[in-house]
Design a binder for this molecule. Structure first.
Ligand code: DQA
Length: 144
C-alpha cells in the first residue's frame, strides 16, 4: 500500500512561519514523523511539497495507478483552487484533507475549502499529528 503526503505553499516553512499558529516543529520533523509512522503501519510513503498549484495538480495526476491514498494539506490553495479539487476528483484516489491549525476558528477567508468535497475526511487543529491520524484513517478505515 502506498500513500502520498502532499503539502502546498509555505508548509516547508513550518517551524519558522507563525509559530504561535503552526508550532515550532519543522518540515523536516514532519517528514521524519510521517516516515516513522509509515514504517509502523507497514506501508510505503512519499512526501512531496510545492509552492506551485500546477505542480501539485501534476503530482495528483501522476499518482493514478501507483498511489492508494493521499494525505493532503493544500495550505492556502485550500481556499482558492478549483484546479486542485478537479484533479483529486479526476483521479478518484481517496484523500484526507489535513490542516495544522484549526482553520474553522480563523479568518473568514479560510472558511471555504474547495478540496473538502472530494475528501473522505478532514482533520484540523491537531498540529503535525493530524498527518499521522490521516494515515491511520486511510489504512484502517478506507483501504482496509
Ligand atoms: C493551513 C491553513 C491555511 O489556511 C493556510 O493558508 C496554510 C496552512 C494549515 O495547515 O493550518 O498555509 O493549511
Amino acid at each position: 500500500m502506498k500513500i502520498k503526503v502532499l503539502n502546498g505553499p509555505n508548509i516547508n516553512m513550518v517551524g519558522i512561519r507563525e509559530p504561535g499558529v503552526y508550532g515550532s516543529e519543522t518540515y523536516a520533523d514532519l517528514i521524519r514523523k510521517v516516515e516513522e509512522h509509515a514504517k509502523e503501519l507497514g506501508i510505503e510513503v512519499e512526501c512531496l511539497q510545492s509552492n506551485h498549484e500546477g505542480t501539485l495538480v501534476d503530482w495528483i495526476q501522476e499518482s493514478m495507478g501507483n498511489t492508494d491514498g493521499f494525505v493532503f494539506n493544500p495550505a492556502a490553495y485550500t481556499h482558492t483552487s478549483v484546479a486542485i479539487l478537479d484533479a483529486v476528483k479526476a483521479v478518484k484516489i481517496p484523500c484526507v484533507e489535513v490542516h495544522i491549525s484549526k482553520v474553522e476558528e480563523r479568518e473568514d477567508f479560510r472558511q471555504v475549502s474547495y478540496i473538502r468535497q472530494a475528501c473522505v475526511k478532514t482533520i484540523t487543529g491537531h498540529g503535525l499529528d493530524g498527518y499521522l491520524e490521516a494515515m491511520d484513517y486511510l489504512v484502517n478505515e478506507v483501504l482496509k
